[in-house]
Design a protein around this ligand. Structure first.
Ligand SMILES: [Zn+2]
Length: 343
């Protein structure tokens, strides 16, 4: 264990310049406070961090309350376009060249009956961001584990009927501990999505244990597990993940802030990585946690003494596991190789 001042961890500037993808970030965690007037603490209803401007939360209930209140204030197309454009700008600042953005329609009440327009505004903002910053972006539509089953079916019906080009994947999130096992219920919906050519990912192994991860892989056919860190509790599952290469998109700061991991130093990402599990590092909800991709890579590098080689492998996994078109994935891998080549 090295003292932080003696750490050989790569500098933040090097991390920032590393071509990478972000594969676990929620639109709901990308709403700038200024877009909804929450830069005024009396309107935000919570204290704001003086450095990052991020809201402070006493726990999960507080966090979810803020998230719902903030998203409910997004009622105009201009706001959606600016949220989408701003997230590509932030991505570019962190060397993120592609981002898979998860959105959950249940959090956006103003758009519940007009999802097509909602997605069209996001598409416009993301297209403008790609033109301005060279960052590509895809959307993953997420179902909620605790929503009435008919609502999940209606969302998948809409998705497969409308098939907006920007949405490339079906996802599921929500409190697994509260919902209990839901794999059997969601399996037919994921099968339909896969048949229609969509990619799949699922939140699991955060509020659920290893069984949740197994369900996501075996019943939902998830190509990628959002979080998945509690897999570490089951050595057999860890061995399976290492053997099959199903990647985990891990969000260290989020896990600590929401009490899933006691600290970064004790975070399971390092045990999983050392066991041969493919992991990427992500922000989850960057503006709610006051974090960035550079900060996430940096805090792991400091805590686990990750050197250039380990960070480059994390970046490679992020690109390999993203849902960009295959030619874009190849392009990003080539950019990563160029960045790592001795000059
Ligand atoms: Zn998440």
């Amino acid at each position: 264990m090295s003292h932080p001042l003696q750490s050989s961890a790569p500098a933040a500037e090097w991390i920032r310049s590393l071509p990478k993808a972000e594969v676990h970030v929620h639109l709901e965690g990308c709403v700038p406070a200024v877009t909804i007037g929450f830069d005024d603490p009396s309107r935000a209803g919570v204290a704001l961090d003086p450095t990052t401007g991020a809201p402070s939360f006493s726990g999960l209930a507080d966090f979810l309350d803020y998230l719902d209140r903030s998203c409910a204030l997004v009622t105009e197309g201009d706001q959606l376009q600016s949220i989408a454009h701003a997230l590509t700008e932030r991505a570019a600042r962190d060397g993120v060249l592609h981002t898979d953005v998860i959105f959950n329609p249940t959090h956006w009440p103003a758009w519940r009956d007009d999802l097509g327009t909602f997605v069209a505004h996001l598409d416009a903002g993301l297209a403008a961001g790609e033109a301005d910053f060279g960052v590509t972006a895809a959307l993953c539509l997420s179902l909620t584990r605790t929503q009435p089953p008919a609502d999940s079916v209606a969302l998948v019906d809409w998705l497969l009927d409308a098939r907006p080009e920007r949405i490339v994947a079906l996802s599921v999130d929500g409190n697994e501990a509260a919902a209990g096992p839901t794999g059997e219920r969601f399996a037919p919906l994921f099968a339909r999505a896969r048949t229609a050519g969509l990619r799949t990912c699922a939140h699991a192994g955060e509020s659920s244990g290893p069984d949740g991860v197994r369900e996501a892989i075996e019943l939902l056919g998830a190509e990628r597990i959002d979080h998945g860190i509690r897999s570490v509790e089951d050595p057999l599952l860890v061995a399976t993940l290492a053997r099959t290469g199903v990647p985990l998109d891990v969000c260290p700061t989020s896990n600590v802030r929401l009490g899933v991991a006691p600290s970064i130093a004790a975070h399971p990402v390092e045990r999983l990585r050392r066991a041969g599990v493919r992991v990427s590092v992500n922000t989850d909800d960057p503006l709610l946690f006051g974090t960035t991709m550079t900060a996430e890579y940096d805090v792991c590098a400091q805590s686990f003494d990750w050197d250039h080689g380990v960070l480059a492998q994390i970046a490679r996994t992020s690109i390999e596991s993203c849902f960009a078109a295959p030619e874009r994935v190849s392009e990003l891998l080539a950019l990563l190789d160029d960045a790592l080549a001795p000059s």
